[in-house]
Design a binder for this molecule. Structure first.
Ligand SMILES: [Zn+2]
Length: 161
């Protein structure tokens, strides 16, 4: 078994599918922990250019995302955005599943997200600005949605390709 996952791109049907909930009893099993480690290694292989990675981008359609929040790198299992602010922000986004394309996306400026961490503990955190945008982008992946489906203006590259 190779140590990292190949990145699934927009051309592959599975990236457009809704991912399934994780059975939370499974989270602390060695098999699930190995899968998380492999997502983490895949993230690291993206050479510091990635801020987040969603499991469907690794070819496994489960509701798991990995996000870099300042110094903390955090797995969110079954993440659920429970609150969004009325105030919106426009952020330039890109995605490893849509290589070479960047564009502006409008999303909520502040969110509350509930999730289970890799130790099986339930958490709830508030995020704003870039980190709110990041988590909304990654959670969209779990619903099979790519940022280019929400883009208001392409800033780099070409879409549709
Ligand atoms: Zn993405």
């Amino acid at each position: 078994m190779s140590s990292i996952f190949p990145i699934v791109t927009y051309e592959q049907p599975s990236i457009h599918e809704r991912s399934v909930e994780v059975d939370e009893k499974e989270v602390t099993t060695p098999k699930f922990q190995n899968y998380l480690d492999k997502i983490n290694k895949t993230f690291e292989s993206l050479a510091g250019t990635a801020a987040g990675l969603a499991s469907p981008q690794c070819g496994i359609n489960k509701r798991v995302i990995l996000v870099q929040l300042s110094k903390d790198r955090l797995f969110m299992i079954n993440p659920e955005i429970t609150k969004v602010s009325d105030s919106m922000q426009e952020t330039e986004e890109g995605c490893f599943s849509v290589p070479g394309v960047y564009g502006m996306v409008t999303r909520a400026k502040r969110i509350t997200v509930k999730f289970t961490d890799r130790h099986g503990r339930r958490n709830e955190i508030d995020l704003k600005n870039f980190y709110a945008d990041l988590v909304q982008h990654e959670v969209d992946h779990l619903d099979g949605i790519l940022f280019v489906e929400k883009v208001t203006k392409i800033t780099q590259g070409k879409w549709p390709k």
